[in-house]
Design a protein around this ligand. Structure first.
Ligand code: HEM
Length: 339
């Protein structure tokens, strides 16, 4: 009897619509699992408030203002950053840390004269921000576009059902056979992959910078030659090519299947993860994480609706140039668990 009552209470909670911001929702989907996957058994909640404070002002830190300006005008974000930098040093190798995080720490420990303790902490904070500060807004923009596109939603739901086994991830019965969501199976979701690439085409507003070590000539598309001297910095702004109509027809339209069956790594002018030696090492992890997040949401758990009938939002202006910019205003949604 008690069990029945508990089930009824649970069912009614599951049926209730809950209101949230879509960016806040994306943050809650990604923050904890990604932090855990990268850094292992740390308490992600202890970092969360400081991450939010630092993330909100990251563009001012990227601007490299005079030091006194940070202490005067950005005290909270500066304190949050200092706390984050110190947090990593308390436990250098948490259990279940990722190979990436482990290898970075080992390299720094082996070469202890390279960096001070604080700088080592700062490097881990950069990794935390680079991973979450880009992935969370990508999930936001992807949901923002897909949830408003009935055709895309249907096609993506169908391929998720076709390629990803039902028994996975949420099945905690010890005796049941769990068919995993392998990378190969995730890669079979070509429409979802395409929608993520299309989201990045729109939203990745990265400035890639390279410092020149020797006199170099760069041949521009229009035939001009750019002479770059040693120590000069060259910057490439991704939206210039991402929104070029010659490369991507109808560039201001979100076309969810634009990248279907194309190898995004080889598309001229498409560089959401940078290029060359310092290309983002987390790109596969980020994409797989987003795919898993989408698959779980669409298949098993959620129904969504937007609260405002006219939804418009732009990228937060100060953040343009720093990876994937979050929206200037969060978008209100309602969601509930599927029955
Ligand atoms: C959608 C999510 C992401 C985007 C759009 C993104 C984008 C970028 C870009 C544009 C760069 C600079 C590349 C260059 O200079 O050529 C970069 C570097 C980097 N990213 Fe990501 N990233 C994402 C997620 C991640 C994740 C999840 C991780 C960690 C697992 C990560 C770790 C790094 C690191 C360590 C670098 C520095 C690489 C180096 O300097 O050698 N990123 N990322």
């Amino acid at each position: 009897m008690q069990n029945e009552k508990a089930t009824l209470v649970n069912d009614s909670i599951m049926c209730q619509w809950t209101q949230s911001g879509l960016l806040e929702f994306s943050h809650r989907m990604i923050f904890q699992p990604m932090t855990f996957a990268l850094f292992g058994e740390i308490d992600p909640h202890s970092l969360e408030t400081d991450f939010r404070l630092f993330d909100d002002k990251i563009h001012y830190f990227g601007a490299i203002l005079p030091t006194w300006m940070y202490s005067w005008f950005f005290t909270k974000a500066l304190t949050a950053r200092t706390r984050l930098n110190s947090a990593w040093l308390a436990k250098l190798h948490p259990s279940q840390e990722s190979e990436l995080s482990h290898a970075r720490t080992v390299l720094i420990q082996d070469n202890y004269n390279w960096l001070s303790g604080q700088d080592h902490g700062a490097l881990q904070t950069t990794l935390l921000w680079g991973a979450l500060g880009n992935t969370i807004p990508t999930v936001f923009w992807c949901l923002f576009h897909i949830l408003q596109n009935a055709e895309a939603l249907e096609v993506i739901k169908q391929e998720i059902d076709e390629h990803l086994p039902f028994s996975s991830l949420d099945n905690d019965k010890a005796d049941s056979v769990i068919e995993e969501w392998t990378v190969e199976k995730l890669n079979s979701c070509v429409y979802l992959e395409s929608a993520i690439n299309e989201t990045l085409r729109f939203a990745a507003s990265t400035f890639l910078t390279r410092k020149c070590r020797q006199e170099t000539q760069i041949l521009l598309q229009d035939g001009r030659i750019l002479n770059v001297k040693p120590n000069e910095t060259v910057a490439y702004f991704a939206p210039i090519t991402h929104l070029d109509a010659d490369l991507f027809p109808d560039p201001n339209k979100f076309v969810f299947d634009r990248f279907v069956n194309k190898n995004a790594d080889n598309i001229a002018g498409f560089l959401p993860f940078g290029s060359g030696k310092s290309i983002c090492p987390g790109r596969f992890f980020a994409k797989n994480d987003i795919k898993i997040c989408f698959a779980m949401l669409l298949r098993r758990y959620m129904e969504f609706k937007f609260i405002d009938t006219e939804i418009t939002t732009a990228q937060k202006r100060g953040r343009v140039g720093f990876g994937v910019a979050p929206p200037s205003l969060d978008v209100k949604i309602m969601y509930r668990y599927k029955m």
